[in-house]
Design a protein around this ligand. Structure first.
Ligand code: SAH
Ligand code: SF4
Ligand code: F3S
Length: 505
């Protein structure tokens, strides 16, 4: 874990150290010199902005990148018009890439017209693809720095190299040699945080590019994970999300293997942590041990995101998912038997190569049987060099789109019916945000992951009616952030609730 470093004490006349993280501290100190001279030249502190395009893992990487930039001396900008702009990209589907290209064009215009000294940097999954880097070199020559997913810890070193070189610096590693940890991190929330438990993926689902851009599976040592959680808890974090592409294969490669369920049991013991979530378990190896640990736990949230991808066993085989529709339904049965109140969510791909109407009807049937609290649906997107992209019988867009619309309609209806079941109940939320849409309202999250918007101030409920006792200054809502409070879910709005805080009797 990172301990505060006094960068001014680092001797910059020496050669950079070879070992990590000392090497990065050295380059952070070098970059601080640059920021000092820039501050003097501009008459203000240079600013940075990071945009995250991908999943929770990318978001976590962005926090680490922000930590390095703040350590160097950059100040966070409110908008994208910053002196250092970094896009942390995603390439899981083509539309993620299209968005990035559009935005780089916009950044180029900003740089040309408003701030010629602006530094534009791109990193993340998309940059691990050779054709992407080739395209950027050719069509977006104003980009200053490109790096990938395996070397984010090297940001200061790369920035220093770029400052010296002045031209575009490209540094992509094909495989991760090491996990460098003791670097600063700048968390988005004070009270909740993601914790990497493993990196990479070995599953090679036939449609998926993640194993190619994130490399082979590597688990972090349990003691490092627990220590990070303890330090987070000491700093006010009460909710953690354990992150990995397939958390169920956590710890399997250690000399003395340890299961994910065991890791969860260790995590539960961390004092100060009230809620534990995890993302993502693969259905093929979600163990009974895990179900048992969850069912007994006071801290592990009653929510399982269990990506099914398709309801057709034939398609699941082509997807290389290693389970059938029946296996999946049996698993859902076991989870629900142990935790009747569990919320299940999923990911579904529509229009995988060779998907027939009959296959699709199997997916509709599965959705009907499982009754998800929510399902994230995606149109199949061919990814370079994945087996599925080379399969015959690619489904025409129009056919896939029509199926997609049918599916989301049904999912939405079921979600609403499910949310309705809890209407009227009183449940605990973690208050996460001041509601941007409704003045005087806050937004909290239930253990089952649904959001509740509620008015702040002092309220009580009598005969199902909410009364406002004494609404304090509406602007002074910040003090509620990070608190756990009980709210009555007065109205179900489909995917979220309106509630009122309840004074405990
Ligand atoms: N590791 C996680 C998911 C990572 S990607 C898991 O195994 O479930 C998140 C989701 O993106 C996947 O669950 C899948 O539904 C979707 N996805 C991945 N590749 C895709 C592709 N080529 N086209 C469309 N959706 C895709
Ligand atoms: Fe992709 Fe499959 Fe790995 Fe998830 S488990 S990241 S879908 S290859
Ligand atoms: Fe995207 Fe990379 Fe995550 S491809 S979904 S950001 S692992």
């Amino acid at each position: 874990m990172y301990q505060e470093i006094d960068f001014d004490k680092i001797d910059l006349s020496q050669e950079p150290p070879i070992d990590e993280p000392s090497r990065q501290y050295f380059f952070m100190a070098q970059c601080r010199e640059f920021i000092r001279s820039e501050s003097a030249r501009l008459g203000r502190v240079p600013t940075y902005s990071i945009q995250t395009f991908g999943c929770q893992m990318n978001a976590k990487d962005s926090e680490k990148l922000a930590g390095i930039l703040q350590g160097i001396g950059y100040a966070a900008a409110k908008t994208e018009e910053a002196d250092f702009v970094l896009y942390n990209t995603c390439t899981v589907r083509e539309n993620a890439n299209t968005r990035v290209y559009g935005r780089i064009g916009y950044l180029g215009r900003l740089k040309r017209t408003k701030n010629p000294d602006m530094k534009i940097a791109l990193c993340g999954c998309m940059m691990q693809e050779e054709h992407v880097v080739a395209k950027i070199k050719k069509s977006y020559p104003f980009v200053d720095l490109i790096f990938g997913t395996h070397n984010i810890y090297k940001l200061a070193e790369l920035l220093y190299r770029q400052i010296r070189a002045r031209g575009m610096v490209v540094d992509i590693e094909r495989e991760s040699a090491k996990i460098v940890e003791e670097l600063p991190s700048e968390r988005k929330f004070d009270f909740k945080a993601g914790v990497n438990i493993m990196y990479g993926c070995n599953n090679f689902c036939s449609y998926c590019i993640v194993p190619y851009v994130r490399g082979r599976e590597r688990s972090r040592r349990p003691e490092d994970i627990i220590r990070e959680m303890q330090e987070m808890a000491e700093n006010g974090v009460t909710e953690v999300m354990l992150l990995g592409q397939n958390v169920n294969s956590y710890g399997k490669t250690f000399n003395t293997p340890i299961s994910f369920a065991k890791l969860l049991q260790m995590a539960e013991k961390v004092e100060g942590i009230k809620r534990i979530r995890f993302m993502t378990p693969h259905p093929k190896d979600l163990s009974d041990e895990l179900i048992e640990v969850m069912a007994k736990s006071e801290k592990i949230c009653r929510h399982v995101h269990l990506p099914v991808q398709s309801g057709s066993s034939r398609i699941l085989k082509l997807m290389n998912r290693h389970y059938t529709k029946e296996d999946y339904l049996a698993l859902v049965g076991r989870i629900r038997a142990a935790m009747p109140d569990v919320a299940l969510t999923t990911d579904i791909i529509v229009g995988f190569p060779g998907e027939t109407e009959e296959d699709f009807m199997q997916t509709m049937d599965l959705v009907e049987r499982v009754r998800y609290q929510n399902a994230y649906t995606f149109l199949y997107s061919p990814r370079a060099n994945t087996p599925a992209a080379a399969m015959e019988n690619q489904v025409p867009q129009a056919v896939a789109k029509e199926r997609y619309d049918r599916l989301i309609g049904r999912i939405r209806d079921i979600s609403q019916e499910i949310a309705q079941q809890d209407a009227g109940k009183t449940m605990e939320v973690l208050v996460e945000e001041v509601n941007a849409q409704r003045e005087g309202f806050m937004t909290g999250r239930l253990g089952n992951n649904l959001l509740v918007h509620f008015p702040a101030g002092e309220f009580f409920v009598e005969n199902g009616q909410a009364w406002e006792k004494n609404l304090k200054d509406k602007k002074d809502l910040q003090h509620l952030l990070g608190k756990y409070i009980k709210v009555q879910l007065t109205e179900c709005m489909g995917f979220y609730y309106i509630g009122v805080p309840v004074n405990e009797p």
